[in-house]
Design a protein around this ligand. Structure first.
Ligand code: NAD
Length: 356
């Protein structure tokens, strides 16, 4: 029997909709029945780009009142995530909400209360956790291929490359980001979230963290920065490094940003050599065991993670399952991210679980 289609609305047709939308549009068991944005032309432009004819709404309430919409993908500014998620859950819709889940822990707690009484599912959209090289590294770790991990290092280098900038920043995308009342941090919050989510997914809960986050006049940049933490219940440390190389070209089809991740274990080492950028001329995943190096080829185009995240949500709804990144996991990642700022501001180690 052919599977039914999940009827989904995409809410927020700004910058990240260009990456977050196509996975739903192309999924055989999903129909994008509505697009919503107060700037009507953005929704119309996306519909045209994707070759679909959905309902176009400029008000979020209209999406919630549409009985044909059973699920929403929220691609709106971060400070709107809690209220929009809760309203959708109360209206009986399944919710997938872009990372970060909320600008503060109170927002995540409010979502958690709504999730408890909802009959529908909630998850945070985290494309990193569906990016095949990161998924492969998790598989290798879980199989014990490198033994017990003692160090997880995540380095992000931002360079330049105008030629391949495919995900154009929408007008206004920096306005809410630069407002500390709406966005609690710069790139260590907005984009560092992805790396912290990966770090927690690979290594588990984080007991305490210390950090030096550089605040710049631009507010968003925050580079160079470094955070170091200890995982809970294991002798394993994590390190996040964020650096700028403004005069260096970084190859890649999307952002001029290179990620290099390394996991050192008792029996070997795993490298993930890219995410969006393609700086290194190396396979996406490598396993180093003494004198033996194994190159692992998995799909590594940056869109794979977004498409996988879309499929993860649709497939879970159809199977009546909870998708990855539930509210508890998302709150944990949020607490780690905010703890890094508190640690940097205070010069002391901070336990993420104590961040309220
Ligand atoms: N996964 C990733 O790699 C990634 C990358 C960039 C942004 N993001 C996240 O996605 C979210 C959106 O970021 P962005 O860069 O696309 O922002 P943006 O400002 O470019 O787009 C937000 C869109 O939401 C619309 N909007 C505002 N209020 C709305 C409402 N009430 N109902 C419906 N739409 C509304 C705006 O008009 C705008 O078009 C943020 O939480 C951000 O952190 C994720």
């Amino acid at each position: 029997m052919a599977k039914r289609k999940v009827r989904l609305a995409i809410v927020g047709c700004g910058t990240i909709s260009r990456a977050g939308g196509p996975g739903y549009v192309g999924h055989p068991n999903c129909e994008v029945v509505a697009l919503c944005d107060p700037v009507r032309e953005r929704a119309e432009e996306r519909a045209k780009e994707w070759g679909i004819a959905p309902k176009i709404y400029t008000g979020y309430d209209d999406v919630l009142n549409d009985p044909n919409v059973e699920a929403v993908e929220l691609l709106t500014p971060t400070h709107m995530h809690p209220s929009q998620s809760i309203a959708a859950l109360e209206a009986g819709k399944h919710v997938s909400c872009q990372k970060p889940v909320s600008k503060d822990v109170a927002g995540a707690d409010q979502i958690a209360r709504a999730v408890k009484s909802a009959k529908t599912v909630f998850r945070v959209t985290e494309n990193f956790l569906y990016y095949p090289p990161i998924v492969k590294a998790k598989e290798l770790l879980d199989k014990g291929v490198i033994g017990e991990p003692s160090l997880i290092r995540l380095r992000t280098t931002t360079g330049r490359n105008k030629k391949y900038e495919r995900i154009k920043l929408e007008e206004g995308a920096l306005t809410w980001r630069r407002d500390p009342k709406l966005n609690p941090g710069g790139l260590i919050f907005d984009s560092g979230w992805h790396r912290f989510a990966t770090a927690v997914w690979w290594g588990g809960g984080i007991e305490r963290i210390s950090a030096m986050i550089t605040r710049t006049p631009d507010y968003l940049v925050e580079s160079p920065s470094a955070c170091i933490w200890k995982y809970t219940g294991r002798d394993c440390l994590g390190i996040l490094e964020d650096v700028l190389t403004p005069q260096m070209e970084i190859r890649g089809k999307y952002y001029p940003v290179d990620d290099f991740f390394e996991i050192v274990g008792s029996k070997g080492i795993i490298w993930v050599t890219r995410c969006t950028g393609e700086l290194l001329d190396l396979p996406p995943v490598m396993v180093i065991k003494g004198s033996e190096t194994t190159n692992i080829q998995v799909p590594s185009d940056w869109m794979e993670g977004f498409n996988g995240a879309a499929a993860g949500f649709v497939d879970a709804i159809l199977k009546d399952e909870q998708p990855m990144m539930d509210i508890a996991f998302s709150k944990q990642v949020l607490q780690v991210t905010l703890a890094a700022y508190q640690a940097s501001d205070s010069g002391k180690q901070v336990a993420p679980s104590a961040v309220k």
